[in-house]
Design a protein. Structure first.
Lengths: 211, 232
């Protein structure tokens, strides 16, 4: 037999095994899709739980840290308030004494000396007045703590948005309920009331006036 | 290695409070491990990220940047750098430059075999060879330039993407916009910058250099600001 005469269409080959392979591959692809879909949602669920715990963690940090910081700043401020009170009273005495008789001037002089002495003692025990930097540090810590809680909540919001998009869009909405996934709430926010309405006054940018 | 080139020092929470805490917060929000943070003593304003993956990431800023930026602006800048970390941009740009290097080696081989490898051809193979030869020469001349431009284009796309991701993280385009405006206004030259590390910085370290900005790793800051303002 001349081999060159055999064409592909009259080769003695059974084509059914090929169809079997194709069906198997399609089933495998679908199975892989289902598994990765399920795993993706499960991962998001675990991350959402973790992010809720992170919010709790940050709140705990705040409640441990801030009162202690405030107490220590108060301590500093009390200490330095003494200095400022003494200074003010000395200044008052000068004001009252000026332009009147010599006797009250002498008296004022004596009390100013006394005040100055005590101020010197305070300054020596306390070479720098620090309350302003201490308060500035406290404000930075406060802002950082607020930021941390905000970002912890942001994580929860973003993760639950990802989860809900997967669960509520096609094809997720066809298969997610049968796998037992329901949309999650995310950050619990009232959907009515002040949080989602803007009143006329709120549209005006606030003017800051410190006088 | 980049850090060694740039004389960077590890930043502590106490000395660089805003830098440290902003990085910590944004890394938490972006599900990244806290990167190592470094500071470069320099008047110039810039920041960059490096490291092959998020576990080995490093974020570095100059002292000039840390002094002149407010916390909100710093959040924009750090968000940009963390986006480079999260999207493996450092690895991407390394791979791209390796591919471009390989290409230039191939072109080198091709050009040598073209000029010196003619001996093997038989004489009846020569018809039409002239045109092919000219096309070949043109390709050899332009391929490295085109490859370079593609690399720069990828780098610029990643910059826009990093800006966008930064805003997605902080939800405050105004912070990054004012940070970019400050960067644009700043004209201090950077002695520590080298072309090898240029694509990693937030703003192009070679300011004022005409040729460098034509083939820039970064899009013009005005365009980046316009893109961000489009998001507001």
């Amino acid at each position: 037999m001349n081999l060159k005469l055999i064409k592909w269409y009259n080769l003695p080959v059974n084509i059914y095994p090929n169809i079997m392979y194709i069906v198997l591959i399609v089933i495998a692809i679908v199975a892989i899709y289902f598994i990765s879909f399920f795993n993706g949602l499960k991962t998001l669920q675990v991350q959402i739980t973790a992010s809720i715990q992170e919010i709790g963690n940050q709140l705990k940090r705040q409640s441990n840290l801030i009162p202690n910081l405030v107490e220590s700043v108060k301590g500093y401020m009390k200490h330095e308030k003494g200095i400022f009170d003494d200074l003010t009273s000395a200044r008052k005495m000068i004001d009252q004494a000026s332009g009147t008789d010599a006797k009250s001037l002498d008296k004022a002089q004596a009390s100013i000396n006394k005040v100055l002495k005590s101020i010197n003692v305070i300054m020596e025990s306390n070479p720098e007045i620090k309350a302003s930097t201490v308060v500035a540090d406290l404000m930075e810590e406060l802002r950082d703590t607020a930021d941390k809680i905000m970002y912890a909540r942001r994580t929860l919001i973003d993760l639950s948005a990802d989860f809900n998009i997967k669960v509520t869009t096609i094809p997720g909405i066809w298969i997610a309920p049968s796998m037992g996934f329901q949309p999650v709430k995310g950050l619990d926010t009232p959907v009515t009331g002040d949080a989602v309405t803007v009143s006329e006054e709120e549209t005006v940018s606030p003017k800051v006036n410190l006088n | 290695m980049v850090l060694g080139l740039n004389h960077a020092q590890l930043a502590s929470r106490k000395d660089y409070f805003d830098f440290y805490t902003v990085t910590e917060n944004l890394a938490m929000a972006d599900h990244l491990p806290m990167p190592k943070i470094y500071v470069i003593e320099s008047e110039a304003m810039n920041a960059f990220a490096t490291g092959r993956d998020p576990e080995h990431a490093v974020v570095c800023a100059t002292t000039g940047l840390l002094e002149k930026m407010t916390r909100t602006e710093l959040e924009g800048v750090i968000g940009h750098e963390l986006s480079h970390v999260k999207n493996y941009d450092i690895r991407l740009m390394t791979i791209v430059s390796i591919l471009i290097g390989t290409l230039s080696i191939l072109i080198n081989i091709a050009s040598r075999s073209m000029f010196f490898g003619n001996g093997r051809r038989s004489s009846d193979d020569r018809e039409g060879g002239g045109i092919l030869m000219i096309i070949g020469i043109v390709m050899i001349i332009f391929a490295p330039i085109i490859a370079q431009l593609i690399q720069l284009a990828i780098s610029r796309r990643r910059e826009y993407f990093a800006d966008a991701s930064s805003v997605m993280l902080t939800r405050q385009p105004s912070g990054l916009i004012s940070a970019l405006k400050k960067l644009e206004a700043d004209n201090t030259p950077q002695q520590f910058a080298s072309t090898a590390t240029a694509s990693l910085y937030i703003s192009n370290p070679f300011k004022g250099n005409k040729l460098a900005s034509m083939f820039s790793t970064h899009p013009p800051i005005d365009d980046r600001i316009a893109a961000l303002e489009g998001m507001m």
